[in-house]
Design a protein around this ligand. Structure first.
Ligand code: AIR
Length: 195
């Protein structure tokens, strides 16, 4: 599987002539979910993992969702990330149509701030699992990382990139702690609020 070309930084999911085959499919219930799902996209781009993304609603376009998912495996997709807000049945419906692992992201754009989406996604009946992430941006970010971790099981290069990602994250926390002890709490908070 050739999934690590450098051209990935240039939004390959928009490119119809894509040479590298996407291994992760992202489906969102509405275009209004895209700003949150940008976090997933950022991670996959940072790790250099090709993906595809589409919009499909379990309620508004159930046939389109079923058709899209039924061909995912034969297109080379290994993991599906499904995100929706409100009565978020999309991840569960997707999971019912495939044996590929499905990661669900509850979107926090409803009057109930995503708690409704979390409950709709997390409490699946036995037999049809959905790996449910946290509500909102952190969940979207973790969906990308979790999908990459699944891909890394058979791709040592992705595994290495995930370890580098962890190292960079730890370094950034350490440099914040160093700065805090260097300039003190008052100045630190000032520099944060001035940003
Ligand atoms: N949604 C769309 N079809 C079924 C559901 N649950 C969700 C979308 C979005 C929210 O409804 O995932 O989070 C509002 O969608 P819109 O298109 O009205 O902005």
């Amino acid at each position: 599987m050739h999934i690590f070309a450098k051209t990935l930084a240039i939004e390959p999911y928009l490119d119809k002539e894509l040479i590298m085959k996407p291994v992760i499919a992202i489906i969102v219930g509405s275009d209004s979910d895209l700003p949150v799902i940008q976090e997933t996209i950022n991670i996959l781009e940072e790790l250099g993992i090709p993906f595809e993304i589409t919009i499909g609603s379990a309620h508004r376009t159930p046939d389109r969702v079923a058709e899209y998912i039924s061909t995912a495996s034969e297109r080379g997709i290994k993991v599906i990330i499904a995100a929706a807000g409100g009565a978020a049945h999309l991840p569960g419906v997707v999971a019912s149509k495939t044996i590929l692992p499905v990661i669900g992201v509850p979107i926090d754009n409803s009057p109930l701030n995503g708690l409704d989406s979390l409950y709709s996604i997390v409490q699946m009946p036995g037999g049809i699992p959905v790996a449910t992430m946290a509500i909102g941006r952190a969940g979207a970010q973790n969906a990308g990382i979790f999908a990459a971790q699944i891909i890394a099981l058979s791709e040592p290069e992705v595994s290495q990139r995930l370890m580098d990602y962890r190292r960079r994250m730890a370094e950034s926390v350490k440099s914040k702690a160093d700065k805090l002890s260097e300039i003190g709490i008052k100045k630190y908070i000032e520099t944060k609020t001035n940003r």
